[in-house]
Design a protein around this ligand. Sequence first.
Ligand SMILES: Nc1ncnc2c1ncn2[C@@H]1O[C@H](COP(=O)(O)OP(=O)(O)O)[C@@H](O)[C@H]1O
Ligand SMILES: CC(=O)N[C@@H](CCC(=O)OP(=O)(O)O)C(=O)O
Length: 325
Amino acid sequence: MKNGGLVVDCLGAVGDHAVHEEAIRKADVLIEALGYFRKFHGRFTVIKLGGSVMEEPEALRALLVDIVFMQTVGMRPVVVHGGGKAITLAMEQAGLQARFVQGRRYTDEATLGIVARVLAEEINVDIVRHITKYGGRAAGLHHKTTQCLFGRRLTLPDGNGADVDLGRVGEVTEVEVSLIENLCFAGVVPVLPSLAEGEDELLLNVNADTAAAAVAVALKAEKLVFLTDTPGILKDRTEPQSLIRSLTPVECRDLIAQGIIDKGMIPKVEASLDSLRDGVRKTHIIDGRLRHSLLLEMYTDKGIGTEIVLQENANGSSRGISARH
Ligand SMILES: Nc1ncnc2c1ncn2[C@@H]1O[C@H](COP(=O)(O)OP(=O)(O)O)[C@@H](O)[C@H]1O
Ligand SMILES: CC(=O)N[C@@H](CCC(=O)OP(=O)(O)O)C(=O)O
């Protein structure tokens, strides 16, 4: 075919039987995708980028190209990112040993300085720069620009009735929704690191899965998508073929109780369940290392990762995340 364009491929195939079938298949895919674009046009999709995906520059590049595409066709993507691996590396370089308490990084003052620098001044700047490079527009939203996530210190019980000391670890209680929405309306992709401003106006280190869920709830997002380094939720972690395509909250809790959903997958699933309870329509856990995984999961019927959906419509209680307008 003379021209690589999909529509041109489809039209150019008329009369050429050798390529006709392939062109019809491509046209079917295009039409299916257009149906999804129309359905979700103008709705917010929150995309959580995990540190494991961002470790792979080629995968990150392809993902950001997909995000630019989504923004171009009016899907309103909002990016929330972590960067756990890069933070641990930076701590090691500074002679600090990372310590995790119930899955959260113990965050003293020195650690917080590194977390803030790595997330806001390195990873966030890099994501924004790349989106711009691939033809999109993006704005980094954090304490060095405009802070949009506000929160309080997270308290977790230690099993003896006392609170675990996590240092400056927080949870998001308030999201500056108007600015995020207005940027989306203007065709700009908001990019937020998982840092919140506490009641004392100092920063808090927030787990990026829970930060993404808080943003999705506040925006009343259609979808919350976690991009990570596994095909989705697997029945057997050593066996990619054991991918579970669709789960309900009851099934998720069962898999957590059985230890099948474990470690870094637990905060993703818990954040999914919280956001579904609070009005997000669907969450997805997908492999960010696969080219176009984002588009394939969201805009095809079969998808390629795991989706988590409520069996019934969400009408549950609020987590108390309020939207600032
Ligand atoms: N049932 C499961 N299916 C797939 N991955 C799982 C499962 N249970 C635990 N995991 C682990 O969760 C990890 C993803 O979480 P994490 O490393 O925190 O990613 P990210 O940096 O993207 O947030 C996977 O690499 C895998 O080791
Ligand atoms: C409190 C807490 O643990 N915060 C996380 C924030 C980054 C994060 O969650 O990054 P990933 O998405 O790559 O895991 C941390 O310091 O690692």
